[in-house]
Design a protein around this ligand. Structure first.
Ligand SMILES: NC(=O)c1ccc[n+]([C@@H]2O[C@H](COP(=O)([O-])OP(=O)(O)OC[C@H]3O[C@@H](n4cnc5c(N)ncnc54)[C@H](O)[C@@H]3O)[C@@H](O)[C@H]2O)c1
Length: 242
C-alpha cells in the first residue's frame, strides 16, 4: 500500500489550522506530527509548555506555535483559541487529546475532589475547548472536531471514574455530531487511541490510532454530507489496550 502521506490524500490539511491539546507528549504529539505531515498549520497546547515547545521544534519546518494551556481553566482554553486566530487568522480543526487516567483509591474511598478532577480533565476540559472553538470553526468551510476517548468509554474495565468520563466524552461528541453535522462540522471521537504494546507510561507515539483520527478528521475536506453517525466503529477493535 502506498504511503498516505505521500499521495493525494496525504495533503488534506494544507491550508487548514489545527489546535491539538495535550500535544506535548504521546498521542497528542503523534497527532500533531501526522497533521503537520499532511500540511496543517498547528497550535500545540499543553499543560507542559516545554513539551509543547519540544513538539513544535520537532515539527520544524512545519508552521507550528506552542502554548501553555490547562484544559481545567476556561480562560486558559479561551487564550488558546485567541492565539490560533491571532497567529493564523483561522481555526479549522480541534483535536481534544489532553486527558488520561489518574490513579484512584478503592471506590468507597474516592473523594469528591478526585472524582471531579477525573471528569474535569477528560470530559469538561474537552467541552471547554469545543465551546471556545465553535465560533471560529463555524466560520470555516471544512471544520472538524475530534476527541480522543478510550475503549474504557465503551466498556467496563474496572476504572469507574475514567470510564465514566470517557463514556461522557463519547456521548458529548455523538450529540454534537447530530447538532453540528448538518452545519458541516463533523464531530467524532476515536476510541482507538492505541499505544505501542508495552509503552508503559503511555508516552509512546500512536501511529495506528492517530492515523485513524486523522482519517476521520479528513472528513472535514468533504464539506457536504459528513454523515457523523458512520464515524464511530460499532465494534471494539482487536488489541486495543485502553
Ligand atoms: N495511552 C493509551 O493507551 C490511551 C488509550 C486510550 C485513550 N487514551 C487517551 O488519549 C489521550 C492521550 O493519552 P496519552 O497516552 O498520549 O497521554 P500522555 O500522558 O502521554 O499525554 C497527555 C498530554 O496531556 C497533557 N495534559 C495533561 N493534563 C492537561 C491539562 N489539564 N491541560 C492540557 N494538557 C494536559 C500532558 O502534559 C501530556 O502532554 C488521553 O485523553 C487518554 O485518556 C490513551
Amino acid at each position: 500500500m502506498s504511503d498516505p502521506v505521500q499521495n493525494e490524500l496525504g495533503r488534506r490539511f494544507v491550508g487548514r489550522v489545527a489546535l491539538v491539546t495535550g500535544a506535548g507528549h504521546g498521542i497528542g504529539r503523534a497527532v500533531a506530527e501526522r497533521l503537520a505531515a499532511e500540511g496543517a498549520r498547528l497550535v500545540l497546547a499543553d499543560l507542559d509548555e516545554a513539551a509543547a515547545m519540544a513538539t513544535a521544534d520537532q515539527l520544524a519546518p512545519a508552521d507550528a506555535v506552542a502554548t501553555a494551556c490547562d484544559v481545567h481553566v476556561t480562560s486558559s482554553v479561551d487564550a488558546c483559541i485567541d492565539l490560533a486566530v491571532r497567529h493564523f487568522g483561522q481555526l479549522d480543526v480541534l483535536v481534544n487529546v489532553a486527558g488520561g487516567s489518574i490513579a484512584m483509591p478503592a471506590f468507597e474511598d474516592i473523594t469528591d475532589e478526585a472524582w471531579n478532577e477525573m471528569l474535569d480533565l477528560n470530559l469538561t476540559g474537552a467541552m471547554r475547548c469545543i465551546r471556545a472553538a465553535l465560533p471560529q470553526l463555524r466560520r470555516r468551510p471544512t471544520a472538524v472536531i475530534v476527541s480522543i476517548t478510550s475503549v474504557n468509554g465503551l466498556a467496563a474495565f474496572g476504572e469507574e471514574a475514567y470510564s465514566s468520563a470517557k463514556a461522557g466524552l463519547s456521548l458529548l461528541t455523538r450529540n454534537l455530531a447530530i447538532k453540528l453535522g448538518p452545519e458541516g462540522i463533523p464531530s467524532t471521537r476515536s476510541p482507538r487511541a492505541q499505544c505501542a504494546p508495552g509503552s508503559g507510561t503511555a508516552r509512546t507515539a500512536a501511529p495506528i490510532g492517530c492515523g485513524r483520527c486523522i482519517r476521520w478528521a479528513g472528513w472535514g475536506s468533504r464539506a457536504t454530507s459528513p454523515r457523523p453517525w458512520r464515524s464511530w466503529p460499532p465494534t471494539t477493535p482487536p488489541g486495543s489496550p485502553a
